[in-house]
Design a protein around this ligand. Structure first.
Ligand SMILES: Cc1cc2nc3c(=O)[nH]c(=O)nc-3n(C[C@H](O)[C@H](O)[C@H](O)COP(=O)(O)OP(=O)(O)OC[C@H]3O[C@@H](n4cnc5c(N)ncnc54)[C@H](O)[C@@H]3O)c2cc1C
Length: 392
């Protein structure tokens, strides 16, 4: 496995659970994760449950998402509680570092090799070999690229590179106790861009401001002035966030949005891609982490019971890619829809009842989440004797 992000650790957990021998190679020198918070929708929460990851008390559970215009006009209120009831698992915001910590609880840490930057991958007669920056080589029956947006394995299998969408997010976590103590998330949509404030647990909120971006983008010396000039007056919540942020809070931003064309079919080799390496998408639907977890479920299912035989392994990998392709393509297409619009374009959406907005999103998530497979796996796990993640 290349990459110890959410995808890499999740799939390693699943494969170890199923009795496979797994090693994760990570270029960073430790297992700690940075970044802001991610949304775990019901589809991702179900996979975490199957992996035995205890999410109790992590981050902030959500009950509603309010969508408003830049002038405060109500567009929709998504009933997240109803959605979670229908889909069978809660929806929560979790800081990425905390999600990684929970995924690593009970994980045999000796299975992760840090300071191991992969620089090449080749399919061999019996499996594949990964070459690292320090000249060392590791061999295995299968190599999984969970190495994110700029995946090296993606280049090796000839999958098309990610393209910028023309937008970026300024984003992060900030402590604002008076906004964090809530289960209601907010998105504001305007002509210049979008803003969001989502409680993320403790006293932290995840904030973001989406603005246009191009390859010749030059970082302004005082980016907070740019955010304030575009978003001040959108709502009391947005104004409070803008008042609390400092230019230091913007140090890691902006994050340009990229989207991968979903690869049609990978070559018949013991190589495959997972998570952002397979399908980086804009954060519009907050589905990146959830799609990585669904990949995990489908890949573990495809490899379960497969004998150590090259043709059988390759068939299982192609089955995983085929099962995911149509659904992940649909999610990626919707995530790529540009939300920034003027009031007049947005007005019709505000005429629809909230129930309908909630039902449309619930149905879409249900359709894209392999619900039948998920239910079968849960039934199988409930019937099985629990096994330790580490092999003897
Ligand atoms: C720093 C960072 C911050 C993020 N912040 C947010 C956020 O605030 N909100 C949000 O919704 N999503 C965020 N994401 C994205 C989110 O984590 C992913 O969309 C989702 O979790 C799927 O992750 P992934 O494991 O597929 O990829 P990533 O999270 O990108 O993980 C890939 C891993 O592979 C490692 N890697 C890459 N190349 C190599 C190589 N050649 N050799 C060895 N290891 C390699 C990387 O160091 C990384 O640990 C962030 C991602 C990163 C990397």
């Amino acid at each position: 496995m290349i990459g110890a992000g959410v995808s890499g650790i999740a799939v390693a957990r699943g494969l170890l659970r199923d009795g496979h021998d797994v090693t994760v190679f990570e270029q960073r020198d430790d297992n700690r994760a940075g970044g802001g918070a991610v949304t775990i929708w019901s589809n991702g929460a179900a996979v975490l449950r199957q992996l035995g990851v205890d999410m109790n008390g992590a981050g902030q559970l959500l009950s509603r998402v309010r969508v408003v215009t830049s002038r405060g006009r109500r567009l929709a209120t998504l009933n997240v509680t109803a959605m979670a009831d229908r889909l069978g698992a809660p929806v929560r915001m979790v800081p990425r570092r905390l999600l990684l910590e929970r995924l690593l609880e009970g994980f045999p840490i000796e299975r992760i090799r840090c300071n191991a930057r992969a620089v090449g991958v080749v399919a061999t007669g019996r499996g594949a070999a990964v070459e690292f920056e320090d000249g060392s080589v590791a061999r295995g029956d299968v190599v999984i690229g969970a190495d994110g947006l700029h995946s090296i394995l993606r280049n090796v299998v000839g999958a098309p590179a990610a393209k910028p969408t023309g937008w970026c997010s300024w984003q992060g976590l900030v402590a604002i106790p008076e906004l964090a103590d809530s289960r209601v998330a907010m998105i504001a949509v305007g002509a210049v861009g979008n803003a969001g404030v989502w409680p993320a647990g403790g006293c932290e909120v995840q904030w973001w401001f989406d603005l246009p971006w191009s390859c010749d983008f030059a970082r302004p010396p005082r980016p907070l002035d740019v955010l304030r000039s575009n978003f001040t007056g959108w709502s009391e919540t947005v104004d409070l966030v803008l008042a609390r942020l400092t230019n230091d809070d913007l140090a890691g931003s902006p994050y340009p949005h990229f989207r991968h064309p979903i690869a049609a079919a990978l070559p018949a080799a013991p190589l495959t891609l997972l998570g952002d390496a397979a399908h980086t998408m804009p954060p519009t639907l907050a589905q990146g982490t959830n799609q990585a977890l669904l990949d995990t479920m489908v890949l573990c299912n495809a490899l379960s019971g497969v004998r150590n035989e090259a043709t059988e392994i390759s068939r299982a990998l192609r089955r995983y890619e085929k099962t995911r392709r149509r659904r992940v393509s649909a999610v990626s297409r919707v995530a790529a829809l540009q939300l920034a619009h003027g009031e007049s374009v947005l007005r019709p959406a505000g005429l629809l009842p909230d129930r309908l907005h909630t039902r449309i999103l619930t149905t879409f998530l249900a359709w894209t989440s392999h619900r039948r497979m998920s239910a079968e796996i849960e039934r199988g796990l409930a019937a099985a004797t629990p096994i330790a993640l580490a092999r003897p």
